[in-house]
Design a protein around this ligand. Structure first.
Ligand code: G6P
Length: 369
């Protein structure tokens, strides 16, 4: 079994470390850097159909839904198509307004999640187009969708999803670029610039993984907390949700992800000396606003673990722990900030002695409603 785990103590840790390779494999063959174009072999929709789309639905469960929340930012920003995102079990019973020019994008690692499959059938039944982002070749969702963008993460064994998530972000980014090109919103030069940024990802992920030992120390310090709060804004808000989900899934510590700007409308009441607050604060347009949220936490005695980018030194004296990720463009930053979210949850769980790869009550793939 140790061999299967490639020398790692758990599948989850192995899969965390496989991310540079998984992301590189998901990028491979799809980028036409010279032409400034994206090639999605099995998209199943003609350029004309992509041009005619008037609305996109994204449907998923769990971690895949968090990827979808980031995907909405990508598609609306790069292709200017309105995106609605739903949790699959909600979508299917709300009589969604799906028309022939709407595209429903299903995101599923396994391709077998019952609620997501039902969402796909609902969208198809209403005459809409369907496309999935999926990690398992020939799975039910891949077979029944009109088109598929495979993530090439390789088999994911740990119940808590890691490499499937980051490769889903890559696939959604590729979809957004493709739509942006086909719909005339991105020039070849603009697309080429994004493609070049994508190509730097594997190396940046390697670099991001170098903080592992430091995150382990921080985990030891905070492992006895009863609750955790995670704050992020914009495309970092889904990463806050994902960080909180990872922690509760495998360490059984209650954790909540919240949009940083919304903290004052509720979670601020929870802050005291016992509460660690993970704040995602890479350099971007809302940096100052998130810093002021972080100061509000400190003013109430909360413990702040800040995730910053590059050589940011502004926060060193303001927070209790700092975790650094490399600089990259704002769209791709969620992939890098995901790394400390995964490692923090992993190390806390290991310190607590839980069954990291097979947490209680959870299943890798939920094939019942
Ligand atoms: C289960 C797993 C999660 C996963 C979710 C959706 O809850 O434990 O890790 O995110 O299902 O799975 P899918 O295969 O559809 O992405």
């Amino acid at each position: 079994l140790m061999a299967e785990k490639g020398g790692y103590k758990h599948f989850m840790l192995k899969e965390i470390y496989e991310q540079p390779r998984a992301v590189a494999d998901t990028i491979a063959g799809r980028l036409q850097a010279e032409e400034g174009d994206i090639y999605l072999e099995d998209i199943g929709l003609s350029d004309e159909q992509l041009q005619q789309l008037d609305k996109i639905f994204i449907i998923a469960c769990g971690t895949s839904w968090h990827a979808g929340l980031v995907g909405k930012f990508y598609i609306e920003k790069l292709a200017r198509v309105p995106v609605e995102i739903d949790i699959a079990s909600e979508f299917r019973y709300r009589d969604p307004i799906v028309g022939e020019n709407s595209l429903t994008v299903l995101i599923s690692q396994s391709g077998e999640t019952a609620d997501t499959l039902a969402g796909l059938r609902e969208a198809k039944g209403k005459g809409g187009k369907t496309l999935c982002v999926c990690n398992v070749v020939d799975s039910s969702i891949a077979r029944e969708s009109d088109g598929v963008i495979y993530t090439h993460a390789g088999p994911e064994i740990g119940v808590a999803s890691t490499k499937a998530f980051t490769t889903q972000l890559v696939a959604l980014y590729q979809l957004a670029l493709k739509l942006g090109r086909v719909r005339g919103l991105l020039t070849a030069d603009q697309c080429r610039e994004q493609v070049e940024a994508l190509l730097t990802l594997p190396r940046k992920l390697e670099e991001a993984l170098e903080i592992d030992g430091h995150v382990e120390e921080i985990s030891r310090e905070f492992m006895n907390a009863r609750d955790f709060l995670y704050l992020g804004r914009g495309n970092q808000y889904p990463i806050a949700l994902e960080g909180a989900l990872k922690l509760k899934e495998i360490s059984y510590i209650h954790a909540e992800g919240y949009p940083a700007g919304e903290m004052k409308h509720g979670p601020i009441a929870l802050i005291d000396e016992q509460l660690p607050v993970v704040v995602l604060v890479p350099r971007n347009d809302t940096y100052e606003k998130v810093v002021s949220n972080l100061e509000e936490v400190k003013a109430r005695g909360g413990k702040v673990i800040a995730v910053v980018s590059g050589d940011d030194s502004e926060l060193i004296d303001k927070v209790d722990a700092i975790i650094r990720v490399p600089e990259i463009n704002d769209d791709l930053m969620p992939l890098l900030t995901s790394i400390p979210m995964q490692l923090l949850a992993y190390h806390v769980a290991v310190f607590k002695g839980t069954d990291v790869d097979q947490p209680r009550n959870l299943a890798k793939s939920v094939t019942v409603e």
